[in-house]
Each structure stands twice: as structure tokens, then as C-alpha cells.
Design a binder for this molecule. Structure first.
Ligand code: ADP
Ligand code: MG
Length: 390
């Protein structure tokens, strides 16, 4: 932390100074209710980051609430640090009026914008993204944390289009068996039990399963481009959520195969009764994800190299085949030495040395006669009878 307890005179400027001394802020990458996210460059290393600048002096917001929620976000970011699919917090500067959170930079922006560009994602890409999201969430839930604001805007894409789960502003650490009642999140992604907790006094509250519901909404949206519960009138939408009223309507869903059952997984995620809903671990075991390894070709350098060597050796062998000496068989050498290439050469050489003067220039028939190698019948019989006697 860049804050100094004794620095009450101009603490905000000092925090800003420390940030500006270390980083060069660049263009705006995104905005939230009380934050602006800018690309920035670390002066010493030239490395790029994303700085979330939270303005605590904003008149529309309660400074203390924003500060507390930002510090809680920092606390949770540190608890979930070190996972490949969760955003990494690099640096923090805090003052009376500003907090700077410096994150690793996700150059490919939000999954939301990506989806807007491509309209819908293939089943293969959906599988790739959802698997990473469930893995990130499994890690979050294993730390007894609930995210509470899962949506494509809070899923960023890095250089390799791998996801980075971000925005832990609503996240909360739960005590064992603890239930929550507070309403927070984004309307289209809210789980039925969360809405009921806000509406009914005797509602049992909610916990991590609200994130699983949001995953169902995200997966549905990725596949067909539109969310399952959207309605022009928000009240109708919220009622549909509480009743679990959605459909795999035509024509958007016509092209989605039943092969790896994405619909089946969505049905298990969008279950109104939270106790009947699958957990993240169960979702990861769903057959929709079983094809990940055979569906997406994993490049194995060693395997490819071995295969290339095998191909080259095979080609060389085939090429050399005509030059390769035949294996010498003693029995055929006794019966028919002329069949063996090496002997044939010797025989031909001898024949030419003896009878070469017969070969007339320009008479190929004559020359061919010299290669005549069918033995005379009596001679052949003599060979065979001699062999039998051996
Ligand atoms: P808020 O809590 O205000 O919603 P977020 O943490 O979600 O703030 O950030 C707001 C937006 O800023 C994101 O939706 C995204 O567009 C952009 N953004 C945030 N962090 C990064 C990052 N690390 N790399 C690139 N863009 C980011
Ligand atoms: Mg956000």
C-alpha cells in the first residue's frame, strides 16, 4: 500500500504522485459506476497494465461505502490470486480521494464485446470458455467466496483468448453455512433465490449457487447470442427468472446439436431450486466437457517431431529400396545363382569377357542373347539331382 498514516496533509496527491511516478496512464479501457480503467505503462519496465482508478470523492456515491467495498475487493483478489483464469492484481495505491488498482492487462477486452462482434459462439468455443469459467469459479468457491456478479462484461480475454475472471466488487467471503440476503448483481443474471431473499421475509437466503445460475445464463447467451430471461419489462423478466421460465426456442436453438448436450447442461444450471442445481464440480464433470481434449487439438511438439522423423525415414527407405541388396539365400544361390543380383553381375561380367566379341555393334538381339538365363533342360535336371544327393 502506498498510504502513509502520517501523511494526512496531502495524502491523495501523494498516492496519485506515487502512481504517476511509477506508471504512465494511457487510454480508457472501460468504465464502471465509480471507476475508470485505463491502460498504463510501468515506467521502469515498459510493461503494460490496466489501472482501475476509483474516485472516492464522487458526490453521487458514499465515500466510505466505496472505500470499504474496494478494500474488500482487494482483500478477495489477494485470496484468489494465482489462478490462471482469474485476474492478477499487481499493485495498489490508496489515498483519501482515490484508489488505484493495477491489474494485469487483458488486451482482448471483455467477453461481452467479443460476443457482440461474433454474435454467437460455436459449441466448441463455448465449451472452451465455460470450462475455464467453471475452473476459475471452482477455485473461488473453494475459498468460500461467492462472486455475485458473473456476466460477460466481467470476463476478460487475454492475448491467447483465455479468460480472466474480474470485478470482485460484489464478492464476499462466506462463513460455514452462512446465507446471504442482500440484493446485488446485474438483473438478467440474478438467481431466483437471490430475488426471493429480497422479496420474502421467510426466504432461506442464498450462497455460492447464485454463481452457478449466472453461468447458465452466460452459457445460454454465448451459444445463441441472446439471454434466456430477457424481457422488455424488467418486472416480467424477474418473474420469469423466479419461475425458471425460459425456452430453447427456434430458430436460434435449431442449429445447436444434442451431440454433447449443451442444452442438458444449461437445464441443470438453470434450476430454480438452488439445492437441486448442479455444483461447479458437477458441472465440470458434465459430458459437455468430456470432448474438450479430443475436440480441441492440443499441440504436442515432441509427438509432431517424432512423426515428422518417421515420415522422412519412411520416404528415404522407399527411395533406397531399389538400391538395397537382396538378402542372400544359400539354397537359391545353389539352385539358381543368376537370380541373385550380386552373382548375376559376376556371371554377366564373365560371360561378356568370354563372349563379348560376339556382340555386334548395333545388334541388340545379339546382346540380349547374352543375358539369356534360362538353363537348358538337361542342365536344370542335373542341378536338381545333384542337390537331392547332397
Ligand atoms: P467495475 O467494478 O466498475 O465494473 P471492472 O473491474 O469490471 O469495474 O472494470 C470495468 C471495465 O474496465 C471492464 O468491464 C473492462 O472493460 C475494463 N477492464 C477492467 N480491467 C481490465 C483489464 N485488466 N484489462 C483490460 N480491461 C479491463
Ligand atoms: Mg464490471
Amino acid at each position: 500500500m502506498a498510504r502513509d498514516e502520517n501523511d494526512d496533509v496531502l495524502p491523495d496527491q501523494d498516492a496519485a504522485k506515487e502512481f504517476y511516478a511509477k506508471y504512465e496512464p494511457k487510454e480508457v479501457l472501460g468504465r464502471g459506476i465509480s471507476s475508470t480503467v485505463r491502460r498504463c505503462v510501468e515506467k521502469e519496465t515498459g510493461r503494460e497494465y490496466a489501472a482501475k482508478i476509483i474516485d472516492l470523492s464522487n458526490e453521487d456515491t458514499n465515500t466510505q461505502t466505496v472505500r470499504e467495498s474496494t478494500l474488500s475487493e482487494v482483500h478477495i483478489l489477494r485470496l484468489v490470486a494465482g489462478h490462471p483464469y482469474i485476474i492478477e492484481l499487481h499493485d495498489v495505491f490508496e489515498s483519501n480521494t482515490f484508489i488505484f488498482l493495477v491489474f494485469e492487462l487483458c488486451r482482448n477486452g471483455e467477453l461481452f464485446d467479443y460476443l457482440t462482434n461474433v454474435v454467437t459462439l460455436s459449441e466448441k468455443k463455448t465449451r472452451y470458455i465455460m470450462k475455464q469459467l467453471f475452473e476459475a469459479l471452482d477455485y473461488v468457491h473453494s475459498k468460500s467466496i461467492v462472486h455475485r456478479d458473473l456476466k460477460p462484461e466481467n470476463i476478460l480475454l487475454d492475448d491467447n483468448f483465455n479468460i480472466k475472471l474480474t470485478d470482485f466488487g460484489f464478492a464476499k467471503v462466506l462463513q460455514p453455512e452462512e446465507k446471504l440476503f442482500e440484493v446485488c448483481g446485474t438483473p438478467g443474471y440474478l438467481a431466483p433465490e437471490l430475488l426471493k431473499a429480497a422479496m420474502y421475509e421467510d426466504a432461506p437466503g442464498y450462497c455460492q449457487s447464485v454463481d452457478v445460475w449466472a453461468c447458465g445464463v452466460i452459457m445460454y447467451t454465448l451459444l445463441v447470442g441472446c439471454p434466456p430471461f430477457w424481457h422488455r419489462k424488467q418486472m416480467v423478466m424477474l418473474r420469469n427468472i423466479m419461475e425458471g421460465k425460459y425456452s430453447f426456442s427456434s430458430p436460434e436453438w435449431d442449429g445447436i446439436t444434442g451431440k454433447y448436450t449443451p442444452k442438458d447442461l444449461i437445464r441443470k444450471l438453470l434450476v430454480v431450486d438452488a439445492s437441486e442445481r448442479v455444483t461447479v464440480k458437477e458441472a465440470l464433470r458434465h459430458e459437455f466437457f468430456e470432448v474438450v481434449h479430443c475436440g480441441i487439438k492440443v499441440f504436442d511438439a515432441r509427438k509432431s517431431f517424432r512423426f515428422a522423423i518417421l515420415c522422412v525415414r519412411c520416404a528415404v527407405r522407399i527411395q533406397r529400396l531399389k538400391n538395397t541388396p537382396e538378402p542372400l539365400s544359400l539354397s537359391s544361390a545353389v539352385v539358381d545363382p543368376y537370380r541373385i543380383k550380386a552373382f548375376r553381375k559376376v556371371v554377366d561380367n564373365c560371360a561378356f569377357r568370354v563372349y563379348g566379341h560376339w556382340v555386334k555393334k548395333g545388334d541388340c538381339q545379339n546382346r540380349a542373347a547374352l543375358f539369356e538365363n534360362v538353363p537348358k533342360t538337361e542342365l536344370k535336371n542335373l542341378y536338381v539331382s545333384n542337390l537331392n544327393r547332397l
